[in-house]
Design a binder for this molecule. Structure first.
Ligand code: TYR
Length: 457
């Protein structure tokens, strides 16, 4: 990976490893007994910690990678700045309320996954271990893939729809070489939050709107009246208004409040207050019910209604309880896990320009990508189809060949034109990962390619 600031960064995958490595549930990785998974968990934690500590002026720092999504709303990797892009939405790179919502976030996850992997490789290089140990650790890194948070399934530690257990703990157990065969080692948990890597003279993280001299271009701003510029760390239900000021600006993880909201699953009414169907809207139930409906053809026969909130009014559902697109359900998880109110607790996850600074964002979006892959596996030919009531694809909708700014697909290519497209991101198995629940059971595919019904389940 080129680390020099002037070299274009290609959003490559981790090289192919035999057997098609899987993205798996975070809780399976965190609680693993199998030695290979324990090594992968250890590498994931150590790599995330290293990544988060990189200074903000580095293109491949956690800060700048998270900053692609929203603030600081500047050019990344030589691409056109987000404000200059032909989009009618906010001046950020991220695609929302658009047909490219699911496909834009796919290369975004690849960048993050690839960078964590490269930190793993550096960490392994720095260790004083035997050649055969190094071979084993390298295999663990090469077959590791980004884990996901399955928020539509009850977590085993509390039998609730909630945050994964590793987001509720200040420290985690890891198994680096010197502790590998023992019971492991307690380690400060990098999933807990994220603090500004830029520190003041007192050693404390600076507010993210107050970067040191020379780094002001990375300052993040307030969004409407939300005090993001004053925050030095990310919060979940942590920021509250008190008198004329705020508490929680240093970053608070009130995971109990987050869990209470996620398990209550109060999904928001998608109909505007003046819409005739607003008052008769009935919430779908919990997040699993919502995902179930999303996969049903009663709700989503076309890419356009499945993929985003853009065509929500055209949803082809035949059950009159409102639409269920991937983006709508995903919006709710952002709001429920972050907190949306300065009275009861606000968090970064709930606001587009700052959501990606929270480590939870990546686990959440890995699950969004998994649901996308599952829908594609069920409805492969529905790619980029639109509801007939929309008159086919509206002319202002993005096309699959359109560039996904600012993700480059060539090393040292033209930073303005050599960009990933939705079409290139369509088949995730070409991106060298599979989801654990999409791997057919052993023997499920006969040699002639037909399905063995008994083994396929
Ligand atoms: N605030 C958005 C809404 O209510 C949800 C959201 C938050 C979506 C952060 C994306 C994101 O990155 O719809």
């Amino acid at each position: 990976i080129p680390l020099l600031p002037n070299v274009e960064f290609k959003t490559k995958t981790i090289p192919y490893a035999p057997g098609m490595p899987v993205r798996q549930r975070l809780s399976d990785l965190a609680a693993a007994n199998n030695p290979m998974l324990k090594m992968q968990w250890t590498l994931f934690i150590l790599a995330l910690e290293k990544f988060k500590a990189l200074p903000v002026e580095q293109k491949l720092s956690y800060f700048q990678i998270a900053g692609i999504h929203g603030y600081p709303a500047t050019s990344w990797d030589g691409a056109d700045p987000p404000a200059d892009l032909p989009k009618d939405a906010d001046p950020f790179y991220c695609a929302h309320n658009s047909l490219t919502f699911p496909t834009w976030h796919r290369p975004y996850m690849l960048v993050f996954e690839k960078l964590l992997w490269s930190h793993m490789k550096d960490i392994i290089k720095s260790w004083d271990i035997t050649d055969s140990e190094r071979t084993e650790w390298n295999e663990a890194a090469d077959t590791w893939r980004l884990p996901y948070w399955d928020w539509a399934r009850k977590q085993t530690y509390n039998n609730l729809f909630s945050l994964p257990e590793s987001f509720t703990k200040n420290s985690v157990t890891i198994y680096p070489p010197n502790a590998k065969d023992s019971t492991g080692q307690d380690y400060l948990n990098p999933l807990w939050g994220f603090e500004n890597p830029e520190k003041g003279p007192d050693g404390k993280p600076l507010a993210m709107g107050n970067m040191p001299a020379g780094k002001e271009q990375w300052n993040i701003k307030d969004d409407d009246s939300l005090p993001w510029s004053q925050c030095s760390g990310v919060s979940r239900y942590g920021i509250k208004q008190e008198g004329n000021g705020y508490v929680g600006l240093e970053g608070i993880n009130d995971f109990e409040a987050a869990n209470a909201s996620i398990s209550s699953a109060n999904l928001y009414n998608p109909y505007p207050a003046d819409h005739p169907d607003h008052d008769s809207w009935v919430a779908p139930g919990n997040l699993a019910d919502a995902v179930n409906r999303m996969f049903s053809l009663d709700y989503n026969r076309t890419w356009a209604t499945f993929a985003s909130t853009k065509w929500w009014n055209e949803s082809e559902h035949e059950i009159s309880t409102g639409y269920m697109s991937l983006e709508y359900i995903h919006n709710n998880v952002h709001n429920l896990s972050g907190g949306t109110s300065l009275e009861t607790g606000l968090g970064h996850m709930s606001d587009v320009p700052v959501a990606a600074f929270d480590p939870l964002f990546w686990l959440h979006h890995c699950n969004v990508d998994r649901l996308l892959s599952m829908w594609q596996a069920l409805h492969w030919d529905a790619w980029w189809t639109a509801p007939s009531s929309s008159g086919g694809n509206a002319t202002d909708d993005p096309r699959p060949e359109d560039p996904l700014q600012p993700f480059h697909n060539k090393d040292n290519g033209d930073p303005k034109v050599d960009l990933w497209t939705s079409e290139q991101a369509r088949d995730w198995t070409k991106l060298n990962y599979q989801y654990d629940n999409l791997v057919p059971n052993d023997g499920a595919i006969n040699e002639d390619g037909t399905l063995n019904e008994e083994k396929y389940k």
